[in-house]
Ligand binder design. Structure first.
Ligand code: 5GP
Length: 183
């Protein structure tokens, strides 16, 4: 799928091929770090579902998955700073090695909240795997993830699970929207 097929996309930031490489590397790293363990991936919906599906298939240790739905952005492009749990996991995580899987880390407030929530349930460990970290000059995210796929510039990006007003999640690449789409 090329950017010509998507008139709303200003430019492609990460191609399908680049994404595949990023996910394979993360999967190999996690497989090595969790050798002899059976981690539970907690996928943060909705944006994290595409990355979670690919990451799990790049991991060779036995693992399982559950889903948590949070709402932090609404339909806009600015962080509200307010995290609302829309759906909780149903897996008991006491004594489990948990890896929270997120699409993109911006302020880190969403993940900080989730880590605190899950740590309160006494897992053996909690780590974060984020597909991307947004580089914002002068800002340090509230948390430091153990696994970072890549860094992206301070632009509003869509595709590979990331939406704008629930659209574009199905794009197989990560791209920057034309400003006229949301202004
Ligand atoms: P944080 O709490 O780290 O500020 O925000 C993280 C969440 O905001 C992400 O899981 C994602 O849902 C949303 N988000 C942050 N930056 C972007 C972006 O560039 N594009 C999209 N589609 N969502 C974003």
């Amino acid at each position: 799928m090329s950017e010509q097929l998507h008139p709303d996309i200003e430019f492609v930031l990460l191609s399908e091929k680049q994404i595949r490489g990023i996910v394979q590397d993360l999967g190999a790293q996690i497989s090595k770090d969790y050798e002899g363990k059976s981690p539970l991936f907690v996928s943060v919906l909705r944006g994290g579902f595409v990355f979670t599906a690919d990451l799990m298939r790049a991991v060779t240790v036995p693992c399982s998955v559950d889903f948590m739905a949070v709402s932090s952005y609404g339909d806009g492009v600015k962080s509200s700073g307010v995290v609302q749990i829309v759906k909780d996991i149903s897996t008991k995580i006491e004594g489990r090695h948990v890896i929270i899987v997120e699409d993109i880390l911006d302020t880190g407030l969403t993940l900080k909240y989730l880590i605190g929530l899950l740590e309160g349930r006494h897992p053996a460990s909690v780590a974060v795997a984020t597909f991307a970290v947004k580089d914002i000059p002068g800002c340090t995210p509230a948390i430091e993830p153990a696994y970072v796929g890549t860094h992206v510039p301070n632009e509003f990006v869509v595709g590979y699970g990331l939406d704008y007003a629930e659209r574009y999640r199905n794009l197989p690449f990560v791209g920057v929207l034309k400003p006229e789409v949301y202004s």
